[in-house]
Design a protein around this ligand. Structure first.
Ligand code: 8Y7
Length: 260
């Protein structure tokens, strides 16, 4: 099975690679609609930048950013994922019709988020991060990054199952770039199947592509496509990408060459 595509729709003034592109909620909804038309299985709406060093966003501001976009997309029949660490934002987006929760803290940031997730029928993405967005890239440190990320994800899956979320609604994510050096990221990428399944890979336009090639953030589409194809080869269930149409094309050609 080819990975499903999660299209990235940032509604933040400061997101690192497409910050400030959508001036209004209506424009953001249009962009999400175009992603769905291009082949995204789901559109991930986020109102809090989690790039390295980013400051937290207050609850009211995050809700004002994401809710009109979530509602607009649901209205048009686009499947929506809510990218948030806050239980209230999850709850409101789920009530408005979102069907997936993408939490870079794996439901650890907000003490209410496990209960909100358990009360829903949404798919939950559990991502690994070492530290917090404010500090995570200062001194990433692991004895065995693959084993430690695996153990963290196993622990979060177990906590979710104990809270009543069926395991078939849980997706694991190594959290590329979240408290990781280039070497840590590469160790994870080379060993994705060792992390369990189903997996989501988010590597689109990330700094590791710049570290490997020198490409600046606006010139990382080729590296992003290489990583999407790698995710396909490794059996990932989802890839989280900015460039939906380009990723669809790359995956379709790859799939024709790799039947079954
Ligand atoms: C990821 C993510 C980001 C990722 C998941 C960016 C919100 C930085 N990266 N969520 N979010 N996985 N699940 O480059 O890798 O988009 S933010």
């Amino acid at each position: 099975m080819l990975p499903k595509i999660m299209g990235i729709l940032n509604v933040t003034p400061d997101s690192f690679s497409d910050g400030g592109r959508h001036a209004t909620a209506a424009e953001a909804v249009e962009a999400g609609l175009r992603m769905a038309e291009a082949g995204a299985a789901i559109v991930d709406v986020g109102g809090e930048s989690t790039r390295p060093g980013a400051a937290p966003v207050p609850l009211g501001e995050e809700l004002r950013r994401v809710m009109p976009v979530v509602e607009g997309l649901v209205c048009r029949g686009v499947p929506v994922s809510i990218d948030t660490r806050k239980a209230r934002v999850m709850a409101e987006a789920l009530a408005a019709g979102a069907t997936m929760v993408n939490d870079v803290s794996a439901l650890t940031h907000d003490p209410d988020s496990l209960a909100v997730a358990a009360a829903s029928s949404a798919t939950i993405v559990l991502m690994h991060m070492q530290g917090t967005p404010e500090t995570m890239q200062q001194a990433p440190d692991y004895a065995d990054v693959v084993a430690e990320v695996r153990a963290f994800l196993d622990g979060r899956v177990a906590a979710c199952v104990a809270a009543g979320i069926p395991e078939d609604r849980l997706v694991r994510d190594p959290g590329i770039g979240f408290g990781k050096t280039l070497e840590h990221n590469l160790a994870l990428l080379r060993n994705l199947p060792a992390l369990g399944s189903p997996l989501l890979l988010g590597a689109s336009r990330k700094a590791l592509i710049g570290r490997l090639t020198g490409a600046d953030v606006h010139s990382r589409l080729p590296g992003s496509l290489a990583l999407a194809l790698h995710a396909a080869r490794m059996g990932c269930a989802y890839v989280r990408v900015h460039d939906v149409a380009e990723t669809v094309q790359a995956l379709r050609v790859w799939a024709a060459c790799n039947p079954g």
